[in-house]
Design a protein around this ligand. Sequence first.
Ligand SMILES: N[C@@H](CCC(=O)N[C@@H](CS)C(=O)NCC(=O)O)C(=O)O
Length: 281
Amino acid sequence: MKKEEYNPPKIWKWDSENGGKFASINRPTAGKRFESTLPIGKHPIQLYSMGTPNGAKVTILLEELLEIGIKEAEYDAYLIDIFKGEQFGSGFVNINPNSKIPALVDNSDEVPIKVFESGAILLYLAQKFGKFFPQNKASQAECTSWLFWQMGSTPYLGGGFGHFYAYAPNKQAYPINRFAMETKRQLDVLDKKLEKTEYISGDEYSIADIAIFPWYGGLAFHGLYDAKEFLELDSYENVIRWGKSLNTRPAVIRGKRVNKTWGPETEQLKERHSSADFQKT
Ligand SMILES: N[C@@H](CCC(=O)N[C@@H](CS)C(=O)NCC(=O)O)C(=O)O
């Protein structure tokens, strides 16, 4: 096969057609593209998101908090449809200048608190409610290590492997090989960890599991990027065992539905404003 050579020009220029599946969304600039006002619901916690793995992390945690009886975790989850470019409206950009879901506003106090980046949101909520975050310092350090591991590692899985294997306009060996290797290395890191402990940071289910599950659990058994055979995902037995056990938790099942607009109807819930919304399907 002939290798396609690319000689970078002196100055890089944006080619609006050359972005694969997200070509119409991506631009090399930040900031608002149009004016928008975000809706505000009746609860103190307002989430603006979509049911992607990064979005699901936050809704899983909120549902877990509600599951253990923390009523203050009630929330309104509004859909930001990233495929329609709603993340570039001024209302959303005002919360997250990086224009990516999820973003959260907590109106519990006089001054609203804005949080973006899913890891920061998980940490904010876990610390606010004192749940799903270990009590002692050593365990906290372990939990945050794995939380930040996920935040740092997943771009190689999603933006690297997922992009080049599933979304790029043509399949290229070099990036697919590079990111398949890195994705498998990451899965092996997780598999070896989960060989020793039930949950990611030990015996306790925590925001580390909630951060990692939607991506690596999704990859291992939800068919993310349709790569089950290519990456021999069945061989990561401990990841599969852990993922399957999390996948049966009622809060995880509900959390995965929130702001999801694709897949079977019973697995979707465009917006969530109360627990009764889950009965509406
Ligand atoms: N590091 C960020 C990543 C967020 C992210 O990449 N969100 C994606 C959906 S999963 C998004 O909003 N993409 C829209 C875009 O890139 O314009 C986080 O964890 O919150």
